[in-house]
Structures are given as structure tokens and as C-alpha cells.
Design a protein around this ligand. Structure first.
Ligand SMILES: NC(=O)c1ccc[n+]([C@@H]2O[C@H](COP(=O)([O-])OP(=O)(O)OC[C@H]3O[C@@H](n4cnc5c(N)ncnc54)[C@H](OP(=O)(O)O)[C@@H]3O)[C@@H](O)[C@H]2O)c1
Length: 275
């Protein structure tokens, strides 16, 4: 009996990941569809076609300090562990949002939410499990000015990653980021922070995880036609969430390729971290 969990699963890619997991897993498996709002979680669970694994809703606001620990403890009590975790939640922001007014919540959801998820769930992942963070191809040092690379390169713990994200957040709030080398698009440092978190944890767990068949990786789903990306780009011809979910699902359900461990993976290929 396998257990999977997806964060931010009330729409977009997260919902498609739950649908795909439920379709491809067995009837005695359980997929946790989680989200920040109880009503949206319930209606999303309702929307999943029957057949395949059981889909169970759980309120999980990744911005809440103790939510990841609480949900991890619930799964540990109910099932003794977890097999597949997708950290997918993202705060929707648009080009008109002032970075200074959104950055607290943005980093709380996307970055500190990710490191809390990794801390809470990594100890729970069973043999042959998957711990996957949905990032983006923007999450590499190629998209950051060279003078900033040392901030995110070679980090060895989640605490170091959190410190660097907090420093970036502080630079946005005191205005220094605007005149400096930081990119104006908050998605870039945020996604780099997510990939850096995966890399830092992978540094600590690589040998142990690979010996147990566990994959820890960041995933780039490519451009998707969702309302979030539509705020920035013309995504009318981009893949649907269901189409974009196919490659991340293969990573979650297919055989482990050691080259993917600790890396950002897009359509089965490693996206280089540094120039
Ligand atoms: N769309 C793209 O083109 C694209 C490209 C590359 C990478 N990605 C990545 O793919 C992932 C999914 O993107 P998407 O376009 O599918 O996003 P989306 O459609 O905006 O969905 C985001 C999901 O995150 C949830 N969420 C927001 N705040 C949350 C919180 N505090 N706690 C828990 N859940 C929360 C939302 O819940 P509500 O329903 O309650 O709002 C929603 O279910 C993200 O990590 C994104 O960065 C997307």
C-alpha cells in the first residue's frame, strides 16, 4: 500500500498530479490532495474521476509554520511513512504586484514552505520513495547575476538556504534589491532558492537515499497553461496541466535514475545548475 501527497493541489499542475497519481497507482494506495482552503480541497477531491487509488483531502497551508510537521505526523500515525511527495504549491503573483508587498507571503509559501516540507517529510520517505519539489527552469544560476551566485551555490543545509532567502527578502523590503543585481522577477530567486534547498538536502542524504532507491529532486514542468502563468505570458498554446504532469509523474512512478538525484530535472533530463 503506497501513500502519495501533493501540496497546492486544488488547481493547475497540483490537481493534475493528483489525478495522474490516482490513475496510475493501485486501488489500495492513497493519494493526499492537499490545499490551503477546506472547501476547495473538498470540491477538488470530488472532481477526481473514480478508479485507481483512493484520493483523500487534507487542509495543508504550506505558509503555516507547523503545518508540514502536523501533516507528516498524521501520515506517520496513519500509514507509518510516505512514498511520494510533490511540493508544488505556489503563491500567485502578477506583473502589477509590488515585490515589497508580496515578498513575505511569497517566500513563506514558495521557499520556507518548501524547506519545512523537506524537513518534515524527508525522514518519513520509505525505500524507493520520491521527494520532489516543483521548481522551474528559471531555478538555476544561469538566471542570476554572477555576483550573486555564491549566495545559493554550495549550500550544505536547509538552514543556510533559509538564511539566503531571508537575506534576499530583506533586500527587497529595504529597497536595496532594486538598485542592485537581483532580478526584478521574484520568481527567479525564489525558484533558485527551491533548487538550492533540494541540492543542500541532497548533499546530506545522497548515499543513504540512493542505497534505498529514494529520489530527491527538483522538477521543471515546463510552461503550462494555468491562470498563474497567463498573468505573465501568452500560454494559450502551452501544454495543459495534465500534459505537463506526465514527465513529473514518470519521475515519481518510474524507475530511479541516479543522475537525477539532487538535480533539477526537465522531461527526464538534468538542467545544469551553474554556467
Ligand atoms: N504554470 C507554469 O507555466 C509553470 C512553469 C514552471 C513551473 N511552474 C510551477 O508549477 C507549480 C504549479 O504551478 P501552477 O501554474 O499549477 O499554479 P496554480 O495554478 O496557481 O496553482 C497553485 C496552487 O498552489 C496553491 N497554494 C497557494 N498558496 C498556498 C498555500 N499557502 N498552501 C497550500 N497551497 C497553496 C493554490 O491554492 P488555491 O487554489 O487555494 O489558490 C493552487 O492550488 C508551481 O510550483 C509553479 O511555480 C509552473
Amino acid at each position: 500500500m503506497k501513500i502519495a501527497l501533493v501540496t497546492g493541489a486544488t488547481q493547475g499542475l497540483g490537481l493534475a498530479l493528483v489525478e495522474g497519481l490516482a490513475r496510475r497507482m493501485d486501488a489500495d494506495d492513497t493519494v493526499y490532495l492537499t490545499g490551503r482552503d477546506a472547501a476547495r480541497v473538498a470540491s477538488s477531491v470530488e472532481s477526481i474521476p473514480g478508479g485507481g487509488a483512493q484520493v483523500r483531502g487534507e487542509v495543508f497551508d504550506v505558509a503555516e509554520d507547523d503545518a508540514a510537521d502536523r501533516i507528516a505526523e498524521t501520515l506517520r500515525e496513519r500509514h507509518g511513512g510516505v512514498d511520494i511527495v510533490f511540493g508544488n504549491a505556489v503563491m500567485r503573483v502578477g506583473p502589477d504586484d509590488d515585490p515589497r508587498s508580496i515578498v513575505d507571503t511569497y517566500t513563506e509559501v514558495n521557499n520556507f514552505g518548501t524547506t519545512r516540507l523537506l524537513r518534515a517529510f524527508a525522514p518519513l520517505v520509505r525505500d524507493n520513495g520520491r521527494l520532489l519539489v516543483v521548481a522551474s527552469s528559471l531555478g538555476t544560476l544561469h538566471h542570476l547575476a554572477p555576483v550573486l551566485h555564491r549566495r545559493f551555490d554550495g549550500l550544505r543545509s536547509l538552514a543556510e538556504v533559509d538564511d539566503q532567502v531571508a537575506a534576499w527578502r530583506a533586500a527587497i523590503k529595504d529597497g536595496s534589491a532594486r538598485g542592485g543585481a537581483w532580478p526584478g522577477f521574484v520568481n527567479i530567486p525564489s525558484k533558485i532558492g527551491q533548487v538550492a534547498a533540494v541540492r543542500a538536502l541532497a548533499h546530506q542524504r545522497r548515499d543513504r537515499d540512493l542505497a534505498r532507491g529514494v529520489l530527491l529532486a527538483a522538477v521543471c514542468p515546463g510552461m503550462i497553461n494555468t491562470p498563474t502563468s497567463a498573468l505573465w505570458w501568452d500560454v494559450s498554446s502551452a501544454p495543459s496541466p495534465a500534459e505537463a504532469a506526465a514527465a513529473p509523474l514518470d519521475l515519481a512512478l518510474g524507475p530511479l535514475s541516479p543522475k537525477h538525484y539532487g538535480e533539477l530535472v526537465r522531461h527526464g533530463e538534468v538542467v545544469p545548475w551553474a554556467p
